[in-house]
Write a protein that binds this ligand. Structure first.
Ligand SMILES: [Zn+2]
Length: 308
């Protein structure tokens, strides 16, 4: 299903930003090499909730007597390895699969898990985005429509709760942040949040500005969670390492400082090129600009969102 994802991505020059090229290249490599070099590592989070780290978005998994509850599924070639990692936690099949948003590094395994009988659940905008061909400008990437078996068959608009494995698992939509279909998942008993891509721990986040995302929305989503989370809550980010409240607060502070540095330049009518060249986030770049997105790419994306 990802065969033509990167068909429009030619030379690094045509891709625009070097960081974006790296990201695209690593995703493409996962596909081209049939994911052989990628290992799925299991990180215990709290109670019966674990995080699976491989390539693409971090996976959340909750096991218990009712079965396996999975959040996101990385790329299709990794499905067998993900299943093997899950099998070490539970002999039961994946009953529910929740997608935090539509991006292919979080939904690439949907077709395989859907065929295996998992009930796929997501915000209604996830199903809408996955049902049509998409183009992600920042990565110069075509994303073809997903086949029907890969689509969420249960959709919701605001919130849905699963009473499963002795926990109350609340999936709630946040106003457009990383995309227009983001969900955060809270395991009440385990006290774990899966933040999807509203949270890139320790690095500048990608924001899908063509599909409703914005820096202001990212800040609002994080604020919503910080407001309700208790001090001992654990957080699974879409990308980066598992964290506690302190790391999420530091990330929120970075987002606010970046907004306050970039927003006046946009309001002053400066072009994207002028703003990128002014390096408005230089005080933050050393700490946050060495992840998936490097500073120039990050600033450009933020400006795109502010200009829409
Ligand atoms: Zn994403």
């Amino acid at each position: 299903m990802l065969k033509h994802v990167f068909s429009r991505c030619g030379s690094s020059r045509s891709c625009g930003f070097a960081a974006a090229v790296c990201l695209v290249a690593s995703f493409a490599a996962a596909r081209a090499q049939d994911a052989q070099p990628v290992e799925i590592n299991t990180v215990p989070v709290a109670g019966n909730v674990s995080m699976l780290v491989g390539q693409g978005g971090n996976i959340g998994v909750c096991v218990g007597e009712d079965g396996v509850f999975l959040i996101d599924d990385q790329f299709a070639p990794l499905t067998e390895k993900i299943k093997a990692a899950v099998a070490k936690l539970s002999p039961k099949p994946v009953k529910f699969l929740v997608n935090t948003h539509w991006h292919f590094d979080h939904t690439g395994g949907n077709e395989n898990f859907g065929k295996a009988g998992a009930i796929i659940v997501a915000h209604e905008n996830v199903r809408r985005s996955m049902s049509k061909d998409q183009f992600i400008e920042a990565f110069n990437a075509n994303v073809p429509a997903a086949p029907p078996v890969a689509l969420p068959i249960v959709t919701f608009t605001e919130t849905v709760t699963f009473h499963f494995n002795g926990d109350d698992i609340r999936v709630f939509h946040v106003a457009p942040a990383h995309t227009d279909g983001d969900s955060v998942i809270h395991f009440a008993r385990a006290n774990v949040y899966h933040m999807g891509d509203t949270y890139f721990n320790g690095m500048y986040p990608f924001i899908d500005t063509a599909r409703g995302g914005s820096l202001g929305g990212m800040i609002a989503a994080v604020d919503l969670v910080l407001k309700e989370a208790s001090p001992d809550a654990k957080f699974i980010p879409g990308h980066g390492e598992m964290s506690g409240v302190a790391e999420l607060r530091a990330y929120r502070q970075m987002l606010v400082e970046a907004r306050d540095a970039i927003s006046p330049l946009v309001k002053a009518g400066k072009s994207k090129e002028e703003i990128v060249a002014a390096h408005p986030t230089k005080a933050l770049d050393e700490k946050w600009g060495k992840g998936i997105l490097q500073p120039d790419a990050w600033v450009g994306i933020v400006v795109d969102g502010m200009k829409r």
